[in-house]
Design a protein around this ligand. Structure first.
Ligand code: AMP
Length: 581
């Protein structure tokens, strides 16, 4: 079905800004230099994300403005002004310094969305150290891989999450201290290297002079999955704040009176770039909701806090659609003026449903961990083409290229590629320079996505160029799951694919061949599922497991996931000339 373009809200509502609806003119008028000049810069001459998000607002009326509304659903919300927030972050910076943390050290956070998670992130950045956010639904293996690879020096976590993964402690020689936050659960420091937040941070001075970092100093590490190997640490620098600020202003369209809600967890890049950096560098009030998904709970948050700008994800939107329009109609959602989505393809039906059920269409946009900030978007002021990701942000050159690096004609499928050089671009994969270098071809950064561009310059997502699985907006590397499964004594081989799913887009499905002497029983299947959850956590473990007598393999012995997928979907098997006899 063809959907007509959506041209709401009216363009003149945005007249105060260079009008991205008038796209070509906006491309001329927005430059990175001009955006950079809107930020303060560190008084010492450098650039620091925390300085731009917190300290600089203390020189203005925003000092007493609410930066964060924190809502857990089980008691009254807490609010923090920019000044209060800064003071809390300062205590973290002083506390971590007293533990020996220095500029450049990696401090990882394994936390739910509690206020201390946000204070920690900014305290670390103020110190010039590097944050590594971890998704709280990860299991021990997933946490260990990331801490080990990054050489993390300190882990800030909670007693309940730490007890889930504590067994990995012995494998992490670089990890010197574990800071336990007892907001939800009391704890005694157990081992000598475990310390309590209340002892090392809560009583620190709330004064701290943010370290004068260079724009090219590392600031944030996010691990992301590839087709092969363990997840890679995409490293971002303080300069990225120019991109967060710019896209927060022009794509999220944040104004001073906005109440903004980004539903992503900071364990993923959207939750840091757009849950923290973009809103706070723009001085907006941001709602942080610790609770999980629930249609009534989510609509209730919008109504209660009068959210005006809402940034969410396709899986959540599809779940809201499933819950039915009546649930939406029970809540007063009239505060909303602008809604966006990212992370997976947004079905055109979902864009249109938004208009019908909540009165606004969802504006899709595209980016990824490596890009650090939004690259392609259906802007607030421009015509939305339902099903398309939109057009490149001014300053971003995007193209569809072929294997030789040539741009293909409009309408043709190819690799979605970007011209390197934008401020928020990742600077390396941690200790994996070769993998980083392999992302570039003929002067282009190759995103790993396949797409098309239409005659008007709108980009349309086609699929991943590799085997990476996108489940509910989270990338899962099949290799990571296969490696965990074959650690079980019954498993000889495992092949993992993404199986299409109406709500989560894809779910992780594993095919398993057993060793001699093991029987394909329901009990063993359940045991393997549990085994994978215990190792990897629910976010990564397979939802389905199917037994096979053996895996289809190439002559060189590589499992052909492509074939497993084709067979699962009943599709043609394609070229099987390399298949093992
Ligand atoms: P991540 O690095 O975990 O943020 O995942 C990035 C990947 O998610 C992209 O490379 C795409 O495959 C997918 N993705 C993100 N946004 C969109 C979108 N708007 N439409 C389709 N796919 C998307």
């Amino acid at each position: 079905m063809e959907y007509p373009p959506i041209t709401k809200p009216p363009i003149d509502q945005f007249a105060v800004r260079p009008n991205l609806g008038e796209y070509d003119a906006a491309r001329q008028s927005i430059t990175w230099e001009q955006i950079r000049s809107e930020l303060d810069g560190h008084p010492g001459g450098g650039l620091n994300i925390a300085y731009e998000c917190l300290d600089r607002h203390l020189k203005t009326d925003r000092r007493n403005k609410v930066a964060m509304i924190w809502e857990a659903g089980d008691h009254d919300p807490e609010t923090y002004t920019f000044e209060q927030f800064t003071k809390e972050a300062n205590k973290v910076a002083n506390g971590l310094r007293s533990l020996g943390v220095e500029k450049g050290d990696r401090v990882f956070m394994f936390l739910s969305r509690i206020p201390e998670c946000y204070f920690t992130a900014f305290g670390v950045l103020k110190l010039g150290a590097v944050i590594g956010p971890l998704f709280p639904a990860f299991g021990p293996d997933a946490v260990k891989d990331r801490l080990e690879d990054s050489g993390a020096r300190v882990l800030v976590t909670s007693p309940e999450l730490w007890s889930k993964v504590k067994e990995i402690r012995g494998d992490l020689p670089d990890l010197q201290k574990i800071v336990l936050i007892t907001r939800r659960k009391e704890a005694e420091p157990g081992e000598a290297d475990e310390v309590l937040w209340d002892d090392v941070i809560a009583n620190q001075s709330d004064e701290f002079e943010t370290v004068n970092t260079d724009p090219e100093d590392y600031a944030v590490m996010h691990y992301t999955s590839g087709t092969t190997g363990k997840p890679k640490g995409a490293a971002h620098v303080h300069n990225a704040i120019i991109g967060h600020y710019a896209t927060g202003k022009h794509i999220l369209d944040l104004h001073d009176d906005d109440i903004y809600w980004c539903t992503a967890d900071p364990g993923w890049v959207t939750g840091t770039s757009y849950g923290m950096f973009a809103p706070w560098s723009n001085g907006a009030t941001s709602l942080i909701y610790e609770g999980g998904f629930g249609a009534n709970a989510w609509y209730g948050m919008i109504a209660k806090h009068k959210v005006t700008v809402w940034y969410t994800a396709p899986t959540a939107i599809r779940m809201l659609m499933k819950a039915g329009d009546e649930v939406a109609k029970k809540h007063d959602l009239s505060s909303l003026r602008y809604t966006m989505s990212v992370g997976e393809p947004l079905n055109p039906e979902a864009v249109v449903w938004g208009e019908k059920a909540i009165g606004l269409p969802f504006h899709d946009n595209w980016w990824q961990t490596e890009t650090g900030a939004i690259m392609i978007a259906n802007y607030a002021s421009m015509e939305i083409r339902p099903g398309s990701m939109g057009r490149p942000f001014p300053g971003i050159e995007a193209a569809i290229i072929d294997d030789e690096g040539n741009e293909v004609p409009a309408g043709e499928e190819g690799d979605l590629a970007l011209k390197p050089g934008w401020p928020s671009m990742f600077r390396t994969y941690w200790h994996k320079k070769e993998r980083y270098d392999s992302c570039f071809r003929d002067g282009w950064y190759i995103t790993g996505d396949r797409a098309r561009m239409d005659g008007d310059g709108y980009f349309w997502f086609v699929g991943r160029a590799d085997d990476v699985i996108n489940t509910a907006g989270h990338l899962v590397g099949p290799f990571e799951v296969e490696s965990a499964l074959i650690e079980h004594p019954a498993v000889a081989e495992a092949g993992v694919i993404g199986k299409p799913d109406a709500v989560a887009m894809e779910v992780v499905k594993a095919f398993v061949a057993l060793k001699d002497g093991y029987e394909e029983t329901e009990e063993l299947r359940r045991e393997l599922k549990r085994f994978a959850i215990d190792k990897l956590g629910k976010a990564v473990a397979p939802r389905e497991i199917e037994f096979l007598p053996g895996m289809p393999k190439t002559r060189s012995g590589k499992i052909m996931r492509r074939l497993l997928k084709a067979r699962e979907l009943g599709l043609p098997e394609g070229d099987t000339s390399t298949l093992e006899d």
